[in-house]
Design a protein around this ligand. Structure first.
Ligand code: PGA
Length: 241
């Protein structure tokens, strides 16, 4: 793992965006794995700036998001589809048909999960995957467990994840309790992974991910087995390293 410690959130966002942009310059039809949450917002802002300055062109880029809440529709302003549209997609020249997000309303979840993985494969796999990390060490919505879940699947969210995400909702009852998440195998198959984290509340998870044993109790720790991971963290998130 390559660890880059930066001064602040803006620097973290710029570094991650520059790596993604350089991948796209080298391979204009890059396949990006995208994440939601508060951490990657700055990365999307930086990518939008690079696009506006004509430094990067998304016209042949294809994207796959890590996860989506289950049981809410695309146009719900809490859905990750809505988040991606508002924070990134509508500001750049990505083609709508090239953007993919798990369907959070699908009745036959298993079939949808399988076909999500098949479509990623048909596109040649993910070239660069951006990941945030939960305070409990989750990546995507792969929650701490006694085993790693390989395949894309329906997840019951842990109480601490529901609590952490409740800041985006009016009441905790409104937070969806299930989500569809790309599994560990699909994440680990990405050719390049960028893990970003900022703030003191991520310090423990970052420490366990990088310094302790690989365990499904800290899903991000599996990244130690990947050959091309860059961790970009601000000083606070790096404070226990
Ligand atoms: P956050 O979430 O970026 O909102 O902190 C990260 C995650 O839960 O993966």
């Amino acid at each position: 793992m390559k660890i880059i410690v930066v001064d602040n959130y803006n620097e973290m966002s710029k570094k991650a965006a520059n790596i993604i942009a350089s991948c796209i310059v080298l391979k204009p039809n890059s396949v990006l794995g995208l994440a939601t949450g508060s951490t990657p917002l700055g990365v999307y802002k930086e990518l939008i700036k690079l696009y506006e300055n004509s430094d990067v062109d998304f016209s042949n880029v294809c994207t796959f998001n890590l996860d989506e809440y289950y049981g809410i529709t695309k146009d719900n302003d809490q859905s990750y589809s809505y988040y991606m549209k508002e924070n990134f997609f509508k500001h750049v020249n990505l083609k709508e048909e090239n953007t993919h997000i798990p369907d959070g309303t699908c009745k036959n979840v298993d079939t949808m999960c399988q076909s999500y993985e098949d479509i990623i494969k048909q596109h040649g796999g993910i070239d660069v995957q951006i990941l945030g990390i939960g305070q409990n060490g989750h990546i995507g919505f792969n929650e701490p467990d006694d085993k790693f879940v390989a395949d894309t699947h329906l997840v019951k969210l842990k109480e601490d994840t529901v609590n952490a995400n409740s800041r985006f909702f009016e009441t905790i009852e409104d937070v969806p309790k299930e989500a569809v998440s790309m599994g560990i195998k699909a994440i680990m198959k990405a050719k390049k992974i960028i893990l970003i984290a900022n703030g003191i509340n991520k310090a423990e998870a970052i420490y366990k991910t990088i310094k302790e044993d690989v365990t499904p109790e800290v899903p991000a720790s599996i990244l130690q087995f990947h050959s091309d991971v860059t961790v970009i963290v601000d000083k606070e998130a790096a404070s226990k390293l």
